[in-house]
Design a binder for this molecule. Structure first.
Ligand code: 13P
Ligand code: SF4
Length: 317
């Protein structure tokens, strides 16, 4: 086995990662927002819902989660006997951070009799306080299955919450969290782009702010956006989500024009998720070699967070 500097010299990082993966019977799961070289090495690439399903069903001994912490935590909750690793333990999520469990507990107590629906982008402690978990792929479907008079709290993403309220016609009490990446897109610049690319459709993730969503031709999760550019007949799109997804889009529809929606601030990189982009090939190699950083959770927390996650999987079949 090589140390990281030796491997760098051999310029063979990718092969060494694949070798370690085989030796350790590990599976590499990657979110669409990962760097292209990580997506290329992954056994499976997907959105939050698809990755949760894969994590639950894998028979590998080790799950290496190239995504952010709440995603790796979900893998551990759904498959607790496996060793779950994340290449960078600092890969968090602004949405999850916007909803600390003690404050959320107090918030819920102010609304007795409400069903608590939490977006999967939250900590395990917040999941354990929730009745049902949803992702951007299944939130509408799940909310529609609840009785019309059911009172609902939706957390932590207010933009997804408002979007689901509009789609379902339901009133929900919202936690005011946002994603620092999806709130960055500039409607003004998007409209300028539309003017210079007449005919380009705006497609957006539901975490975007309401004015961007109002202007969108299609709204969906990362996987839904990828499927849309493949099935839709248009030939150009402005894509309002983290640009990591563009890698798979460009592969799937190389003949189409795909433009990343611009952030409000000039010359900033703020439409790239700073947490997702903490993972790198070097860290992935170290992660497999040293079997770190492992997700450790106590059994009580796993049990508390598992119930609403399983409910999600049942209701989104
Ligand atoms: P998806 O469920 O679309 O993968 O979204 C996850 C996410 O973190 C978006 O910012
Ligand atoms: Fe969290 Fe936003 Fe990054 Fe998604 S893009 S992981 S919601 S900070």
């Amino acid at each position: 086995m090589f140390t990281l500097p030796e491997v760098r010299e051999q310029k063979d990082l990718k092969n060494e990662i694949l070798k370690l993966k085989l030796e350790k019977n590990a599976v590499i799961l990657a979110h669409y927002y990962q760097e292209p070289e990580i997506q290329d090495l992954a056994d499976f690439i997907g959105d939050s819902l698809e990755l949760s399903r894969k994590a639950k069903d894998t028979d590998a001994d080790m799950i290496v989660f190239c995504g952010v912490h709440f995603m790796a935590e979900c893998a551990k909750i759904l498959n607790p006997s496996k060793k779950v690793l994340i290449p960078d333990p600092e890969a968090g999520c602004s949405l999850a951070d916007s909803c600390p469990a003690p404050l959320f507990k107090e918030f819920i107590e102010n609304y007795p009799g409400h069903t608590v629906i939490s977006y999967i982008n939250c900590s395990a402690a917040v999941k354990a306080l929730s009745d049902i978990i949803v992702t951007s792929s299944n939130a509408e479907k799940i909310v529609n299955q609840l009785p019309a008079d059911e009172k609902i709290i939706f957390a932590p993403d207010r933009n997804l919450g408002r979007f689901i309220m509009k789609k379902t016609g339901r009133d929900m009490v919202l936690w005011e969290g946002t994603c620092i990446v999806h709130e960055t897109f500039s409607l003004r610049k998007i409209l300028d782009l539309k003017a210079s690319h007449p005919g380009a459709k705006l497609i957006a993730h539901p975490e975007c702010e309401a004015p961007v969503l109002s202007a969108a031709d299609y709204i969906g999760s990362t996987s839904a956006l990828l499927k849309y550019v493949q099935s839709d007949l248009n030939d150009s799109y402005i894509v309002a989500t983290e640009p990591g997804i563009m890698y798979q889009m460009e592969k799937a529809v190389p003949h189409k024009t795909l433009i990343a929606a611009p952030p409000e601030k000039d010359n900033c990189n703020c439409n790239n998720c700073p947490y997702m982009k903490l993972n790198s090939l070097e860290k992935l190699y170290d992660c497999l070699l040293n079997e770190e950083y492992e997700i450790h959770m106590d059994e009580k927390l796993i049990a508390g967070a598992l119930t609403p996650l399983e409910r999600m999987l049942e209701m989104s079949r």
